[in-house]
Design a protein around this ligand. Structure first.
Ligand code: SF4
Ligand code: SF4
Length: 259
């Protein structure tokens, strides 16, 4: 089976989508006057937690490699941190004619869309923003289950590698910004909108000192679980729970989004 694709330039993927950024991209975004949003999720080690939210074994390996080993109270956990361009409405770089103002320097993820970064998520055209006609025409994108464009495959691998290589630095930056509360993977994300001067300062500090994870950055994490029943079950694992979020943190539910 062959999946064809040709971008129609509709601009939908550049609207209301927070675009994940590598660390150098996040720095450029902040320096250029953009806002970076921090999205945090965690899963408990050894598959603890409710079975409905437990990751299958093969997905755990992928998730662990891009996560930070931390302690949530007594419970060992893995925290994933995403720095993303905060795109509420149209991206700040999306011009009136739907072209990208920074096309040559656009973030890696913008070059990869509509492909998935996670190797365990198959491409589902119906789940993407692209209009039907984008899938009806163009060159073959996937043939026989394999990506045809080797350059695109390299970009996807570069994005995965950046996720793995940069997680320690992201953990230290979050520690410096006081970001310590995660949502449970599958339940949602905790999201933060740090001041960009503080964000850039934290980035500079981490770059200067080196991104070797220290004990301070890896302890005293907590989980925000809005569902009281789920919270009670997780408390039995020794996980530290945060009932109320600080003013700078918002919970985005994946359950509501999926409903
Ligand atoms: S940077 Fe360019 S390609 Fe990326 S979301 Fe913004 S407008 Fe779209
Ligand atoms: S949503 Fe799809 S078709 Fe529209 S601009 Fe983005 S990649 Fe192109």
């Amino acid at each position: 089976m062959t999946t064809r694709f040709s971008c129609t330039g509709c601009g939908k993927c550049c609207t209301d989508h927070h675009v994940p950024l590598t660390l150098p991209e996040a720095r450029r975004w902040a320096l250029g006057g953009g806002q970076v949003i921090v999205l945090v999720e965690a899963f408990l080690r050894d598959g603890e937690g409710p079975s409905s939210l437990r990751l299958p074994a093969d997905q755990q390996e992928h998730a662990r490699r891009r996560s930070l080993p931390v302690l949530c109270g007594q419970a060992p956990a893995f925290v994933s941190i995403t720095f993303a361009a905060f795109n509420q409405g149209r991206c700040r770089n999306l011009m009136a004619d739907n072209r990208c103002a920074i096309y040559e320097e656009r973030p890696l993820v913008c070059r990869i869309y509509p492909m998935e970064i996670n190797p365990h998520i198959p491409l589902r055209p119906e789940a993407k923003e692209c209009p039907t006609e984008a899938w009806d025409t163009g060159l073959p994108l996937i043939h026989g289950g394999r990506l045809v464009d080797t350059e695109l495959a390299s970009l996807i691998e570069a994005s995965r590698q950046a996720d793995r290589d940069q997680i320690a630095a992201k953990g230290l930056i979050c520690s410096a910004l006081g970001i310590r509360t995660a949502a449970l993977k599958g339940d949602g994300f905790t999201t933060y909108l740090p001041r960009m001067d503080a964000f850039l300062f934290a980035m500079d500090q981490v770059e200067r000192k080196g991104s070797v994870l220290n004990e301070e950055a890896a302890r005293d994490w907590s989980l925000h679980i809005p569902d009281p029943e789920l919270a009670q079950r997780l408390a039995q694992t020794g996980a530290m729970l945060e009932a109320l979020l600080s003013n700078d943190c918002v919970f985005i539910s994946l359950r509501r989004a999926a409903a």
